[in-house]
Design a protein around this ligand. Structure first.
Ligand code: COA
Length: 260
């Protein structure tokens, strides 16, 4: 697939996905979502990709939301389809990716943009970034998992306030309430994301995938997370990574993991 709305670059096994609709503040239109689905799914078993960083083009926005111009005349059925398809094909796929995915928020992360960031495993924001779920000011509510993931990340009370007020918060407040993992100073956003991702990439990719599934199970209604943990823990014992990790420990050397 040729991407017209994304810039894709693989450097040292980190796949950089830059949402590239700068004149629309990188708003997520249908084509961009389809490209995101394609790139995440097509690299999920690519050994040349150890982790992913998602960011936005330009200096102003990470992503300023879903593209409002595309759903302005939708009815209820079309709205349901928009949310269902977006959630299952993009946001859930990102959240359940076995490869670690970091969102590097270089500016506004609003509506679908914040929902995209929240589906990622880790979030780092530039000190000047602004985050919010402004949908109720448009007569809508978040539809790409925002009501759920924000509640999971910051708790019900803060999520209610952010969603009902539609207010934006700055990076310091986002850090304080646990919405983002780190704040980056100007020029250091990608550097900080790379530093974290490179550390994760020295660990067992097999175990990292198991850990992502186990942590996600804690927030998946109807799934017993403790049972998922037992199953994933047990899977690790059959992996080559486990044998390598133990051997390296005993031989007092650095493990070289295959991810198998
Ligand atoms: N969907 C479609 N287009 C969008 C967009 C979105 N979510 N967010 C920004 N844009 C477009 C604007 O329409 C404008 O396009 P134009 O130049 O063709 O008119 C361009 O991006 C620049 O945005 P603009 O509003 O002029 O920039 P600003 O600096 O004045 O304001 C924001 C920045 C982020 C505060 C403002 O763009 C905004 O509120 N965006 C919508 C946020 C939102 O409600 N998201 C949730 C959607 S469900």
């Amino acid at each position: 697939m040729n991407y017209t709305n994304l810039l894709i670059e693989n450097r040292d096994r980190i796949l950089y996905i830059t949402i590239n609709r700068e004149n629309k503040l990188n708003a997520l239109n249908k084509a961009t979502l389809a490209e995101l689905h394609d790139v995440i799914t097509s690299t999920s078993h690519d050994e040349q990709v150890g982790g992913i960083i998602i960011t936005g083009a330009g200096e102003k926005a990470f992503v300023a939301g879903a593209d409002i111009s595309e759903f302005s005349d939708f009815n209820a059925d079309e709205g349901r389809e928009l949310a269902r398809e977006g959630q299952s094909k993009v946001f859930d796929v990102i959240e359940n990716s076995e490869k670690p995915i970091i969102a590097a928020l270089n500016g506004f992360a609003l509506g679908g943009g914040l929902e995209l960031a929240m589906a990622c495993h880790i979030r780092i924001a530039l000190i000047t970034a602004k985050m919010g779920l402004p949908e109720v000011s448009l007569g809508l509510i978040p539809g790409y998992g925002g009501t759920q993931r924000l509640s999971h990340l910051v708790g019900k009370g803060k999520a209610m306030e952010m969603i009902l007020s539609a207010d934006m918060i700055n990076a310091e407040e986002a850090f304080r309430i646990g919405l983002i993992n780190h704040i980056a100073e100007p020029e250091q956003l990608l550097q900080k994301a790379e530093e974290i991702l490179k550390k994760i990439m020295t660990r067992s990719p097999f175990a990292v995938g198991c850990a992502i599934r186990a942590v996600n199970a804690a927030f998946n209604e109807g799934v017993n997370g403790y049972e998922t943990e037992i199953a994933e823990f047990s899977n690790c014992f059959d992996s080559e990574d486990f044998k390598e990790g133990i051997a390296a420990f005993i031989q007092k050397r650095k493990a070289v993991f295959s991810g198998k």
